[in-house]
Design a protein around this ligand. Structure first.
Ligand code: UD1
Length: 386
C-alpha cells in the first residue's frame, strides 16, 4: 500500500483508519501519549510530536529512563526541541529481562493515570516492546512507528522487540514497502498498516542546516580535513574479545590511511578503555556526540563504518558509503537502493570496501527511497487526525 500524499488523505484511507480504530467518526483533539527511552527513539519522536502539536492534539511524553546520560539522552531533547518529558520512569540499565520488566511495572500506573486515546511507541528498543505490552494488556490502543522492519535474526534483542511490538500494535506505520510485505507475511491485518516513510529522515532534513554550522566548529576542534566515522555498540561486536580485538586492530590500521573519528558508546568505553587508549592518534576516540554534531560528521565523512540501524539509513540518504559490521540488516532498502554494504566480521572485506570507498569505487545510491522526503510525520498526523 502506498501512503496518501501529505496534501490530503484519500477517502479510502480515512475509512481504513477509522476501521482499525473501531469507529467511523472523526475524533478531534485526541490525547496521544508518546513513550521514548533510548537514544534512537528521540529523533523519531521529535517530528511526530511536532506534527501532532500542529493538529492541536493533547500530548503526553513519557521517558522510560532506559538511557539517562546527558550525552545519550538529555542533549537530544535540547537539540531537537522536544519538550521535557511529563514523566521520567528512571528505570536505568539492567539485564534485558529486568529492564523490560521495570519499564512495564513503572509504565502501568503512569498509563492508568493519563488514560490516553492512543500510545505511540518507536523503533525496536526494550522501552518499545515493554510499553506496547502494557497497553495491550490494559486495552489501550497502541501505534508502532517504524513497524515492519525485520533482520530475520532472532539472536538480536531488537528483532524480538520488533516482532512482538508489531503483533501487539493496533496501527502500524512502516518506513518502506519491505515493512508492509513483512507484516503481510506475518498475518497482520493490512487495514492497520500505513506506509508513511521514514520519520528519522524528517529530523535529518530539518537539522541538516544546523549540522553544517556545527561542522565549521568541529573541523577546527578535531583538526579534521578528510576523515571517516565509526560507531559500534552491538553486543555481537563489542562484547566478545574474539570479535572486538581484531575489529579494533583493523580499524586502527585503517586510521593510518584516513583519520577515523570514533564516538564511543558508554558500554564500549567501559569495557575496552585500555585497548582504546592504546590505538594510534589517527583513531580519534571521543565521547558520544549530540544529534547535530553527529549528523555534521556523517555529512562530511568520506566513509562510515557502523553496526547501527539508523546510521545505515542516514548514510543512504546522505549518499555516503556505509560499511556495516553485521551479517544482516533489518533495513534491506539501504542495500538495494542505498550506499550500504554488509561485511559481517570479515576483516579482509572491511579493508577492501574501505579502500574502494576512498578510491571512488563506491555505491552511488542515487535518489532516496520513496517517501524519505521529510514528510513522514505529517502523514502520520494526517492519518491519526482524520
Ligand atoms: C539500546 C538498544 C539498541 C540501540 C541502542 C542505541 C535495546 C535492546 N537496545 O542498546 O537497539 O541501538 O540503545 O544506543 O533496547 N549506558 C550508559 N548510559 C546510558 C545508557 C546506557 O552508560 O545513558 C550503558 C550502561 O552500562 C548499560 C549499557 O550502556 O548497561 C547498555 O545500555 P542499554 O540501554 O541496555 O542498551 P544499549 O546497548 O544502549
Amino acid at each position: 500500500m502506498i501512503a496518501p500524499s501529505v496534501s490530503g488523505l484519500s477517502e479510502a484511507s480515512n475509512v481504513q483508519t477509522a476501521k482499525c480504530f473501531g469507529r467511523y467518526e472523526r475524533k478531534p483533539g485526541m490525547h496521544i501519549l508518546h513513550v521514548v527511552g533510548a537514544r534512537p527513539n528521540f529523533m523519531k519522536a521529535a517530528p511526530v510530536y511536532r506534527a501532532l502539536a500542529a493538529k492541536n492534539h493533547k500530548q503526553t511524553l513519557i521517558h522510560t529512563g532506559q538511557h539517562y546520560d546527558t550525552q545519550m539522552s538529555g542533549v537530544f531533547f535540547s537539540q531537537l526541541g522536544i519538550p521535557e518529558p511529563d514523566e521520567n520512569l528512571n528505570v536505568g540499565s539492567a539485564s534485558h529481562a529486568q529492564q523490560t520488566a521495570s519499564i512495564m511495572a513503572a509504565f502501568e500506573p503512569a498509563l492508568l493515570s493519563h488514560r490516553p486515546d492512543l500510545v505511540l511507541v518507536y523503533g525496536d528498543v526494550n522501552s518499545t516492546v515493554a510499553a506496547a505490552l502494557v497497553c495491550s494488556k490494559l486495552g489501550f490502543r497502541v501505534g508502532h512507528i517504524e513497524a515492519g522492519l525485520r533482520s530475520f535474526d532472532r539472536t538480536m534483542p531488537e528483532e524480538i522487540n520488533r516482532l512482538l511490538t508489531d503483533q501487539l500494535a493496533d496501527i502500524l506505520f512502516t518506513p518502506s514497502s519491505d515493512g508492509d510485505a513483512n507484516l503481510a507475511r506475518e498475518g497482520i491485518d493490512q487495514d492497520k498498516v500505513f506506509c508513511v516513510g521514514n520519520v528519522m529522515i524528517d529530523t535529518l532534513i530539518r537539522y541538516l542546516p544546523h549540522a553544517e554550522e556545527a561542522f565549521a566548529r568541529f573541523k577546527t576542534e578535531l583538526s579534521l580535513d578528510a576523515f571517516g566515522l565509526i560507531t559500534l555498540h552491538r553486543p555481537s561486536n563489542v562484547d566478545d574479545p574474539c570479535v572486538f580485538v581484531p575489529m579494533l586492530k583493523t580499524l586502527d590500521d585503517l586510521s593510518r590511511v584516513l583519520p577515523l573519528v570514533f564516538p564511543v558508546h558508554p558500554r564500549t568505553r567501559s569495557r575496552w578503555s585500555e585497548l582504546l587508549n592504546g590505538c594510534n592518534a589517527g583513531l580519534r576516540v571521543v565521547d558520544p556526540l549530540g544529534y547535530v554534531e553527529f549528523l555534521a560528521l556523517q555529512k562530511h565523512a568520506e566513509v562510515i563504518v557502523t553496526d547501527s540501524g539508523g546510521i545505515q539509513e542516514e548514510s543512504t540518504y546522505l549518499g555516503k558509503p556505509c560499511i556495516t559490521l553485521r551479517e544482516n540488516t533489518e533495513r534491506p532498502i539501504t542495500i538495494t537502493m542505498g550506499t550500504n554494504t554488509l561485511v559481517g566480521h570479515n576483516w579482509d572485506m572491511l579493508r577492501q570496501r574501505f579502500h574502494e570507498s576512498l578510491n571512488g569505487q563506491r555505491k552511488s545510491g542515487g535518489s532516496p527511497p520513496p517517501l524519505w522526503d521529510g514528510k513522514a510525520s505529517m502523514r502520520i498526523a494526517d492519518i491519526l487526525t482524520n
